[in-house]
Design a binder for this molecule. Structure first.
Ligand code: UD1
Ligand code: CA
Length: 456
């Protein structure tokens, strides 16, 4: 038997978002909103039940079996949503931690404090409250003259005096299971057809039971997302936290507010991130890199000591000491070897570039396998698509591809071979052979000498 069970409520319609997508799937700093409370709950309890609506398939497929799912067929309010979890939770935990699924920035520290206080005070219900400047739309906390919580009153039911109150219900609760379950079904239906979970506070007061309230001290953690404006605000708060974390781990952000880092991105020490740069998705940047300005790096890894300037990387794996840009685009399934130089206006897709290879200017390298120390002249194109299928280009170590070479794939250029400027290579070139012309003819087998790579 688990001592605590977490129940996360995420079956509401989210009407105020005006979206086709379930509210809790809207991303915040690159991750779906629901991932945050699910992770926090896992930090403090060993069992989590997520209440979803009847159209919760997308949420189910996102979270898989990391949580148990309960279904609320109709959104009849937060108390009703919790009731839907009862068959799965009752008897599994002495205490129930309830989280609104749309309060994503809540910290595990605050949850732990609530849970400790709840047990220490032997409360039947513990609520989390926050003092806010703009309480619009939130449940107001009513206290008696001794400061004990008496009730949470929803805005629609609050009188003029209470509307002005700035202490609000954050939407996180601890309940003693034995007390909660039999009473939950007695919560009345309100005029709007909903059963409010907040009415449990009033009920506890009526019964003379202990109600505990914990006030949040972490700025921004209690923000609830009902609207796009609140979504933007949560994004801003979390982005700032991520930037602060990166800086305290030894990363320089030249102009922090112009750098956008998703949750789940890691950046090594002494890396400098220049303005207007986006580090997104699952991205890992090594130490001592210079990233940006004006770069977008998504779902990519970048090794130590790289310099990426005004370029876009998507699904790329970049080894150490690589320079890219300005104005290049490295796309999915690209493996860029150690010390590679990719200059301006190059696109690389689904290709492997060996160590020390250079693609200086205006080139397309797609579906290609380049060995080490290959030199790709300006304007080279791997013509990988013949209108029907994609074909591979293989260029072995030390080959020298002259400017404006068209490599008609499938084609293989051997080790140390040379292609002349402007050649159209539609047949394999053996090692150490010169190929020139349109279409390219082979010359000088075994006598060619690859010129040294140009200095950068
Ligand atoms: C709720 C609280 C309010 C508090 C605020 C904090 C109630 C009645 N009010 O208001 O006191 O200040 O949160 O953010 O609880 N949900 C369901 N099924 C439903 C209805 C809602 O699962 O039938 C889920 C929603 O998906 C959401 C959460 O419960 O994740 C809260 O519901 P929401 O409608 O957003 O409540 P608020 O109006 O924000
Ligand atoms: Ca809400």
């Amino acid at each position: 038997m688990f001592e605590w069970v977490a129940v996360i409520l995420a079956a509401g319609k989210g009407i105020r978002m005006k979206s086709r997508m379930p509210k809790v799937l809207h991303p915040i700093c690159g991750r779906e909103m629901i991932c945050y409370p699910v992770e926090r709950a896992a930090e403090v309890t060993s069992k989590t039940i997520l209440v979803v609506g009847s159209h919760g398939e997308e949420i189910r497929s996102l979270l898989g079996d990391s949580v148990d799912f309960a279904v609320q067929k109709q959104p009849l309010g937060t108390a009703h949503a919790l009731r839907c979890a009862q068959p799965m939770a009752d008897g599994k935990g002495e205490n129930i931690l309830v989280l609104n699924g749309d309060v994503p920035l809540i910290s595990a520290t605050t949850l732990k404090e609530m849970m400790m206080r709840h047990l220490a005070r032997r409360a039947v219900v513990t609520i989390l409250t926050a003092m806010v400047d703009n309480p619009e739309g939130l449940g107001r906390v009513v206290r008696d003259e001794r400061g004990k919580v008496m009730a949470v009153v929803e805005e629609a039911e609050a009188d003029e005096e209470l509307i002005k109150a700035r202490e609000v219900n954050a939407g996180v609760y601890c309940f003693r299971g034995q007390w909660l379950w039999p009473r939950l079904k007695t919560v009345p239906r309100r005029g709007n057809g909903e059963h409010y979970l907040t009415d449990m506070v009033f009920l506890a007061r009526e019964e003379g039971e202990e109600i505990e309230a914990v006030s949040s001290t972490q700025a921004g953690e209690t923000i609830g997302i009902n609207t796009r404006q609140q979504l933007a605000r949560a994004e801003e708060i979390l982005r700032d936290r991520i930037r602060q974390r990166a800086m305290s781990q030894g990363v320089t952000l030249l102009d922090p507010r112009s750098v956008y880092i998703d949750e789940g991105v890691s950046i090594g020490r002494d890396t400098v991130v220049y303005p207007n740069t986006y580090l997104l998705g699952r991205t890992a940047i090594g130490e001592e890199c210079r990233i940006g300005p004006n770069s977008i790096i998504e779902n990519s890894s970048v090794g130590k000591g790289c310099h990426i300037q005004a370029s876009v990387l998507e699904g790329a794996a970049v080894a150490e000491g690589v320079t890219i840009g300005p104005f290049s685009h490295i796309r999915f399934q690209s493996h860029i070897g150690r010390g590679v130089h990719i200059g301006n206006f190059a696109e690389v897709k689904n290709s492997r570039l060996g160590a020390g290879t250079k693609v200086g200017h205006f080139s397309y390298v797609g579906d290609a396998e380049l060995g080490s120390e290959v030199n790709i002249g300006a304007g080279t194109v791997t013509c990988n698509f013949d209108g029907v299928g994609k074909h591979r280009t293989v260029i072995d170590d030390g080959a020298f591809i002259g400017s404006d070479t068209m490599l008609i794939a499938p084609v293989h250029v051997g080790r140390g071979a040379i292609t002349g400027a402007g050649s159209v290579v539609n047949h394999d070139v053996p090692p150490e052979t010169l190929a020139v012309g349109v279409p390219a003819r082979l010359r000088k087998k075994g006598k060619v000498k690859v010129p040294p790579a140009p200095s950068l």
